[in-house]
Write a protein that binds this ligand. Structure first.
Ligand code: GTP
Ligand code: NA
Ligand code: MG
Length: 280
């Protein structure tokens, strides 16, 4: 292999936790937007992929999971896209079945975890009880003498957010996350659907290289040429570098979450790779 020039890339952070513990609200607070209010029944039904730029200009990519199946399914398909997991635990509810599930998935993935104890504004919030209860899951937070970072937050009152950002960036720094932006792009499908009007659309997280409009690609067993790229703000962009989530238009069909996207030199090669993958 030729020597590659690696550059620092944004950490990819997956937010997990029990239903209604405030995953989307926390992400909304970090983004300064409101996704929750637009959700039917306040239930997240698809993976949201967003980038947040901090006050100091650091970029963090967040994935908001509707359930842990999505996370484990992607892992099962060989897509380890997550660098860091934020475990959201509501301080009033404490550890619930899906919290334990999230812990187990995170451990299985070998991904570092930061615990966000949310809803500390509530009168019956008991963050200390959450920390103690985490011990029985063998998660020892810093306060208890361990090395798992934890932070008390309120997505509603927007408290603890800067501290959470700091801890994510600190963790990311320790991990020395890099990628080469100057090569053909590779990435993974986060989610995909058939869109009325737009056809097959896939949200892809670029892992390495830079994806550009006009690139010929293979995604799973589908191939195509990038007709348009749309960023997490709904804007058309010309390219997307490492750790960037982007919607791709121009697919031949709908791929599956976790599928690998590879940019290839030409359409003949794309068809070849797609046909080969279809046989697998
Ligand atoms: P699912 O995607 O359905 O699993 O839920 P979620 O974890 O994304 O939770 P969501 O953000 O939808 O929040 C659930 C409820 O908790 C909503 O009614 C929020 O307004 C409320 N909530 C979230 N964060 C806080 C908080 O910090 N304090 C209080 N008091 N309420 C919160
Ligand atoms: Na919810
Ligand atoms: Mg949600």
């Amino acid at each position: 292999d030729a020597v590659e020039t690696l550059k620092t890339r944004a950490p990819v952070v997956t937010i997990m936790g029990h239903v209604d513990h405030g995953k989307t609200s926390l992400l909304d607070a970090l983004r300064g937007t409101s996704v929750v209010s637009g959700e039917s029944g306040g239930i997240t039904q698809h993976i949201g992929a967003y980038q947040v730029t901090t006050k100091k200009g650091d970029v963090i990519t967040f994935l908001d999971t509707p359930g842990h199946e999505a996370f484990s399914e992607m892992r099962a398909r060989g897509a380890n896209v997550t660098d860091i997991v934020i475990l959201v635990v509501a301080a009033d509810d404490g550890l619930m079945p899906q919290t334990i599930e999230a812990i187990n998935h995170t451990k299985a993935a070998g991904v570092p975890m930061i615990v966000a104890i949310n809803k500390v504004d509530k009168p019956d919030a008991n963050p200390q009880k959450v920390r103690e209860r985490l011990l029985s899951e063998e998660i020892v937070v810093e306060d208890m003498g361990g090395d798992v970072q934890d932070v008390e937050v309120s997505a509603l009152k927007k408290t603890g957010l800067d501290e959470l950002i700091e801890k994510i960036l600190l963790q990311a720094e320790l991990m020395e996350l890099t990628a080469n932006p100057d090569r053909a792009a590779e990435g993974n499908v986060i989610e995909a659907q058939l869109d009325r009007g737009r056809g097959a659309v896939a949200t892809v997280l670029v892992r390495k290289g830079t994806l550009k409009v006009g690139d010929t690609f293979v995604i799973g067993a589908e191939s195509g040429k990038v007709r348009a790229l749309i960023n997490d703000k709904g804007q058309q962009v010309k390219s997307a570098g490492p750790s960037t989530p982007v919607e791709i238009l121009g697919l031949s069909g709908v791929p599956m979450a976790g599928d690998q996207m590879t940019v290839v030199e030409n359409e003949a090669r794309a068809r070849e790779v797609a046909a080969y993958r279809q046989e697998q």
